[in-house]
Design a protein around this ligand. Sequence first.
Ligand code: NAP
Length: 306
Amino acid sequence: MIRLAIVGLGKIARDQHLPAIEKTEGIELVAIASRNATLEGVAHFTSLDELLASDVAVDAVALCTPPQVRREQAALALSHGKHVLLEKPPGATVSELAPLVAAAQASGKTLFATWHSRFAPAVEPARAFLAEHAPRAVMVEWKEDVRVWHPGQDWIFEPGGLGVFDPGINALSILTRILPNPFFLTKASLGFPANRDAPIEAALDFADSTGVPIRAELDFLQTGPQTWDIHVETGAGRLTLSLGGSRLFLDGKALIEAPEAEYPGIYKHFVDLVARGAGDVDLAPLQHVADAFLLGRRIVVAPFEG
Ligand code: NAP
């Protein structure tokens, strides 16, 4: 049984981690490190340092804090011999991950950089389909209302918060899993609100190693119906993953409509990784975001008031 502590009891910890841990065999929640919140029946500490200095025994920590503070927490937990589960994105920079991977390997502990969208039910069937039927063109539309999904989360528009790439990286985590060939950014434009440090909209053009065009349009200001769709044109028809990978269609005909179970999938995989003494850190989605910041043209757009 893995004794787990959650660090940062915010939206994702409450909405997804707590119920998923409850449902997963082989792992139990024994502590919370939260500056503001407590949870009945669970040991509470105001920081990870305080938790690690206590006599409450934990084997692993799930870091559900914003990306800007996670590296330090991960390094601290690994230095105390804990397994570490990282929320996405795995860090605020690409370079910070290599030392964490090395520390995990040196201590024989698991470091798992989660990509929750990869556990959506349409993802593995889409990957299998595209291994058989080569993509000819890909279109991603990832458009949501930041005011609905991230109320009061100022960190998201601060440096390292990724802005619209906070959800957009989920699309990239699916693309990097399902497409048969590596792909590269060729052009991008990023719209930064005049009063913020992270983009609120982005348009990205990629090509894969065989020249297949991939376009991604990200928007954080979409009101009304929300769009998290990936369309792939193939010789066998148009494959569509919709609702963030929870549904799969071929030429509009439903192939998969399964209930959402991303976080139970994450925790099952974490328990398995710990049991095998393995790690799982794939930086490809974060590298694409870093490329967008490197290559993207910056456009100043209207100020954003939360
Ligand atoms: P959130 O609601 O702002 O929660 C993050 C929590 O981290 C805060 O409640 C706070 O917890 C702690 N925290 C905030 N700033 C901190 C700081 N400077 N130092 C230490 N702790 C700090 O954000 P969230 O939506 O849960 O997102 C957290 C991570 O999960 C992000 O990387 C996000 O991309 C990812 N995620 C979010 C969603 C979603 O739908 N919201 C979905 C999937 C993944 P305490 O008050 O307990 O200390």
